[in-house]
Design a protein around this ligand. Sequence first.
Ligand code: SAM
Length: 242
Amino acid sequence: MSATPDLHGVWKAKIITLFPSAFPGVLGESLTGKALQEGLWQLETVDLRQFGVGKHRNVDDTPAGGGAGMVLRPDVLGDAIEHTMAGVQGNWPMIYLSPRGRPMDQRMMQSLARADGVTLLCGRFEGVDERVLEHYGIQEVSLGDFVMTGGEIAAQALIDATVRLIPGVLGNQASTEEESFSSGLLEHPQYTRPAEWKGRTIPDVLMSGHHGKVAEWRRDMSKEITRTRRPDLWRKLPDSEG
Ligand SMILES: C[S@@+](CC[C@H](N)C(=O)[O-])C[C@H]1O[C@@H](n2cnc3c(N)ncnc32)[C@H](O)[C@@H]1O
């Protein structure tokens, strides 16, 4: 087991995984890494292998009813979950990363950032024994409609998207308010210097210094991009937006 020092009241991710060395991974870089070092959020990994049974610390067995692959055992998972959740209080969801789960979205991350912390169960092989999900009331959350070999990358995606919403993690809080999904719209195009690159120029309005016109242009572009690329999001907007 490995953990950053316990800081009361700080958002914490507890991760149950067969591969604790995969963490913090990319979360240890850049803004999330700096915030981790500064104690703005915390990370604890729980090595599922430590709860394995027998001489070889087995964590899996063949699927009941036959079929390919292996399934993570409920007794092993149960011991790991009870160890991980001992003493946990407050608003603390338990999530199993799973292709069957509810697809991740910004609203989910906003809700997780308001929680006291989260416990993430990373599956491997054919996944986990269903009884564990039922017994502990674990929610299933998906990174998208594809199948990966394990839940670790999905867990890192969820933590990254959540941690950056914790006050103080990003230098400029306004950037989370204006970016894609926060208002239900995708973000407008962004440009920076040089003003001309390979014969392409920055739209004049962005160089005009007229804040009102810049805001109007950005809003119009956000609407157009959302309408054409993501009609599913567009349809969910109130009539006044559309
Ligand atoms: C090979 S997958 C198991 C797939 C499972 N047999 C199925 O068909 O739904 C192994 C593990 O990877 C993780 N995983 C795979 N795809 C995922 C996704 N799209 N989102 C979140 N986790 C995923 C889950 O934790 C899963 O238990």
